[in-house]
Design a protein around this ligand. Structure first.
Ligand code: UD1
Ligand code: CA
Length: 455
């Protein structure tokens, strides 16, 4: 049977106290709702339908890249009402799975277990036993242990409130059954809402078996209502990712101080020190070592390379056995070939640096092509911007650039050329020769320091 995944995301999220709709708040760098949509898509559904309400335009704009169908719920009149809004766009023969935009870590495995039940024309509920069930709908069972109904906390009596098995909200059923049950819903309850949970009693009435699946790890059903819960979920999620990476053979000096906001592809024996933040897709080759407090965004780092403390790298390709940092800033479009070395307080942007070349201290290299085995002295600056346009600097293999040189682009330094320290190079410097631009040094004879006048 085909599947429609319905994601409820119309709630206000008042407790976030935010201008941003709750489902757009990021977990591990991605909106809560995006996590849920991705999980839904892993099930290869015919459709993913998002029911949105509060802040709807913002949500749609931010997630416009996702292949989902948007359905508006103009007034938030309850979870049952929300699913009713989606019903007209759910194809007739589908199975339906209900997910939540603010419960981001539900797994596709758990979803599949629910769908297996629904495929047998039963109503599938995901439940969990909690020490403290406060706030949740309780699963009420009859003497035989079969689910009888769900009662919301606000509608529950003393005895029902003591039940510790609660409704997580996740459910699956056929569209055909769902439609029948939804059209009979009313709002005669403590909150005056149309409860999705009321379909359980209707299933029982219709003689449709209600089967429960209990969740393996509670993290899957933890929702976000406020920023404290968001932070807690973030830490738990990061911990989970850290555990997985360690089991795959990555050394994390402290798994509690590790943040992956994207995807990490890694080789063997990668070591990551404390406080490292990885964003987007990061690839680390065998034996790569990342020092403390490094930020890597969408970078590839080759085998045996080392990124020292406090370096910040974005959209860069670092070759094998390179050394970067400490305190290096590597900006988008940087490619370092094998064995290149970039030291402290060096900024590189849109530049290719050849094999074994060194830019060890305090330099800016932008819009440049640097050959192999080039040595760039401290304080070298490629003056790539004339106030209107950017120009390129090209430096040939084995050139030596003396310290405190300005290379005013467009300019080319030939192979094996030497530039004397302190030069301002405005024209091409020929290969193999010494070029410098520097006033001659003089010593003033008979010069005396001024003396302070006596009163
Ligand atoms: C719901 C369940 C409860 C369960 C709990 C688990 C019902 C009636 N109750 O209660 O049994 O234990 O979740 O967290 O379903 N939403 C809409 N439109 C609406 C109302 C809600 O899209 O009109 C969305 C919200 O954005 C949220 C979700 O549905 O993602 C749950 O709504 P919420 O009001 O938090 O339900 P609870 O009262 O927590
Ligand atoms: Ca809730």
């Amino acid at each position: 049977m085909d599947l429609s995944v319905v994601i409820l995301a119309a709630g206000q999220g008042t407790r976030m106290r935010s201008r941003l709709p709750k489902v757009l708040h990021p977990l591990a760098g991605r909106p809560l709702l995006e996590h849920v949509v991705q999980t839904g898509l892993e099930l290869s559904p015919e459709k993913v339908i998002v029911v949105y309400g509060h802040g709807g335009e913002q949500v749609r704009d931010r997630l416009a890249h996702l292949p989902v169908q948007w359905v508006e719920q103009k007034e938030q009149r309850g979870t049952g009402h929300a699913v009713q809004q989606a019903l007209p766009v759910i194809p007739a023969q589908d199975l339906v799975l209900v997910l939540y935009g603010d419960v981001p870590l539900i797994s596709s495995d758990t979803c599949r277990r629910l769908l297996d039940i629904a495929a047998h024309d039963q109503l599938a509920l995901l439940t969990v036993e909690l020490e403290d069930p406060t706030g949740y709908g309780r699963i009420v069972r009859d003497e035989g242990g079969s689910v009888y109904c769900i009662v919301e906390e606000k509608d529950a009596n003393e005895e029902q409130r003591r039940i510790r098995e609660v409704n997580t909200g996740f459910m699956a059923m056929t569209r055909e059954r769902l439609e029948g049950w939804l059209c009979g819903l009313d709002c005669n309850n403590a909150q005056g809402e149309f409860y999705l949970t009321d379909i359980v009693a209707k299933a029982v009435r219709d003689g449709v078996p209600v089967e429960t699946v209990s969740v393996g790890d509670v993290i899957e059903v933890l929702g976000v209502n406020d920023r404290r819960q968001l932070a807690e979920l973030e830490r738990r999620y990061q911990r989970m990712q850290a555990e997985r990476l360690m089991s795959e053979g990555v050394t994390l000096l402290d798994p509690a101080r590790f943040d992956l906001r994207g995807t990490l592809e890694h080789g063997l024996d990668v070591t990551i020190d404390v406080g490292v933040v990885l964003e987007g897709t990061v690839r680390l080759g065998d034996g790569v070592r990342i020092g403390p407090h490094v930020v890597l965004k969408a970078c590839t780092v080759g085998e045996g390379a080392v990124i020292e403390a406090h370096s910040h790298l974005e959209q860069a390709e670092i070759g094998p056995r390179c050394a970067v940092g400490p305190f290096a800033r590597i900006r988008p479009g940087t490619v370092l070939a094998e064995g290149a070395k970039v030291g402290n307080f060096v900024e590189i942007k849109k530049a290719v640096v050849g094999e074994g070349s060194k830019i060890n201290h305090l330099s800016y290299v932008g819009d440049a092509t640097v050959g192999n085995r080039v040595n760039i002295g401290a304080g070298t600056i490629t003056c790539n911007y004339d106030g209107a346009n950017k120009h390129r600097t090209v430096i040939g293999d084995e050139a030596f650039i003396g310290s405190d040189t300005q290379l005013v682009a467009p300019v080319t330094v030939g192979e094996g050329a030497t530039i004397g320290a302190g030069s301002t190079i405005t024209r091409d410097a020929p290969a193999g020769r010494l070029t410098l631009s520097r006033p001659k040094q003089i010593t003033v004879e008979n010069w005396k320091r001024p003396q302070k006048k006596r009163e």
